[in-house]
Each structure stands twice: as structure tokens, then as C-alpha cells.
Design a protein around this ligand. Structure first.
Ligand SMILES: Nc1ncnc2c1ncn2[C@@H]1O[C@H](COP(=O)(O)OP(=O)(O)OP(=O)(O)O)[C@@H](O)[C@H]1O
Length: 226
């Protein structure tokens, strides 16, 4: 597993303090992040691949500083957004999955084989040449995940990837996330998705309010919500 390390991290947007002293080392295969709206979860998640760099303190992944070595960090850490429409960049499903490898220097056959494997695994093989925007919400989220996995990152950070999905699609995406061999950091409001996780971190007003097993952390979170 990779080691994700937050050291003395503070972050502010303008005058607003969003993260207020985060020290965390995450090296477990499955880490959940929960917290109320606006508590700072997305900001924390985005810091793991350098989409946001801290106002103060450092975030490293396997010793690589996200602020100074963002490009290398992003090779290691893939990010899945809440809304797959923001992540789909190419007209067809297969082209979209292949997109991040276009400048990788990998042989075309290797790219095609990786894309085909992922489409097969996610039940999208029959849609390879279809326009990506015609997929269902759940299929689009699987496509977004495939487009991240094709580059073989060590860590997947997913920020509320099931929030926009209906129950069936949400279960499908959650099921796939739970079986990935890659390390997963999952931000979610669906607490039941975290039952089998190794560790759950509760973010409250920009600080870590609990960091424990899912059962203990979720209990603490419920107490905080009152
Ligand atoms: N780019 C930005 N510019 C200004 N303020 C921001 C920006 N991004 C986030 N914020 C603010 O930072 C605070 C924390 O936001 P963040 O998205 O990290 O919270 P969250 O816990 O993920 O919330 P939610 O559960 O609603 O997604 C919020 O008050 C938000 O409005």
C-alpha cells in the first residue's frame, strides 16, 4: 500500500479556514472519510493527488510532495469525482477510457488490451463504440472509474462517487470499489458502504474528530451530528 501523509496541514479559502491542523498517515487498503456538509472532506481528498495544495503544512504520497511533485503524485493517485459528466472527455466509451494513456508511450496493442479488459470487467464491453453521454448514470460512473484505473494508479480517491446514483447503480459502483486491489480512500455520506473498511476518519469543522474502526468512528460521527 502507499503511505499518504498529512503533516501540520492547514487550508484556507480567502478568510475561511477549511482544514485546521490535520496530521494523518493513511496506509490501509480501505480508508473511509465522513463528515457533515462543508466539514472539509472534499478539500482533504483533493489534497491527496494535489488538486488542492495546502496553505500550510505538507501532504506526501510515498514521500512525494503533492505541491512540488504533483505530476508524479497524480501518476500514483487516481481521482474519481462525484459527477462523472465532469470526467468524461472523449466522444466514445472506449476512447474515453484510453484518453489518459494517449501520451504514455505504451504500444497501441497494450492500450487496447487494457481498455478492453476494463470494459469487460465493468460490463461496458458492448458499449465500447457508443457515445459516452448516452450511458446511464451508473455506467458513466463505472466509465469514469475505468478511465482512472487504466493508468494503473496505486491509490484511488473517490469523492462521493455514489451520491448521484440510484440505489441499484450505487450498489454496483460500491461493489466494484470494494473489490479493487488498489488502495481506496472513499469520501461518502453512505455510511453502510464503510462497514468492511479498515479505518474511518471523521472530519468535523476542518479537524479530525475521530479516526477509528468503522463502527466506532461512525458512532462518534452520529454523536457529533446530534
Ligand atoms: N474552491 C473553493 N473556494 C472557496 N471556498 C471553497 C472552495 N472549495 C471549498 N470551499 C469551501 O470550503 C468548505 C469545505 O468544503 P468541502 O467541499 O471540503 O467540504 P465537504 O466536507 O466535502 O462538504 P460536502 O459534504 O458538502 O461535499 C466549504 O465551506 C466550501 O464552501
Amino acid at each position: 500500500m502507499s503511505e499518504i501523509c498529512f503533516a501540520g496541514v492547514h487550508h484556507w479559502f480567502g478568510e475561511r479556514v477549511v482544514l485546521d491542523g490535520i496530521d494523518l498517515t493513511l496506509a490501509e487498503p480501505r480508508v473511509g472519510v465522513v463528515g457533515a456538509n462543508g466539514s472539509g472532506k472534499s478539500t482533504l481528498a483533493r489534497m491527496i493527488n494535489g488538486l488542492v495544495t495546502p496553505s500550510q503544512g505538507t501532504v506526501t504520497v510515498d514521500g512525494l510532495d503533492t505541491a512540488r511533485e504533483g505530476k508524479q503524485v497524480r501518476r500514483r493517485v487516481g481521482f474519481v469525482f462525484t459527477d462523472p459528466d465532469n470526467q468524461i472527455v472523449m466522444p466514445t466509451v472506449a476512447e474515453d477510457v484510453a484518453f489518459s494513456l494517449r501520451k504514455s508511450g505504451l504500444p497501441k496493442d497494450e492500450i487496447r488490451s487494457r481498455v478492453d479488459d476494463l470494459l469487460e470487467r465493468f460490463g461496458l464491453a458492448g458499449h465500447a463504440d457508443h457515445p459516452a453521454h448516452l450511458l446511464s448514470g451508473g455506467q458513466k460512473q463505472l466509465l469514469a472509474l475505468a478511465a482512472v484505473l487504466v493508468a494503473r494508479p496505486a491509490v484511488i480517491v473517490a469523492d462521493e462517487p455514489t451520491t448521484l446514483l440510484d440505489l441499484r447503480n450505487s450498489r454496483e459502483v460500491a461493489g466494484i470499489l470494494s473489490t479493487l486491489p488498489e488502495q481506496v480512500v472513499l469520501v461518502t455520506h453512505q455510511l453502510d458502504l464503510l462497514d468492511d473498511f479498515d479505518r474511518v476518519v471523521v472530519v468535523h469543522k476542518g479537524r479530525i474528530a475521530a479516526d477509528d474502526t468503522p463502527a466506532v468512528a461512525v458512532r462518534r460521527y452520529r454523536e457529533l451530528l446530534g
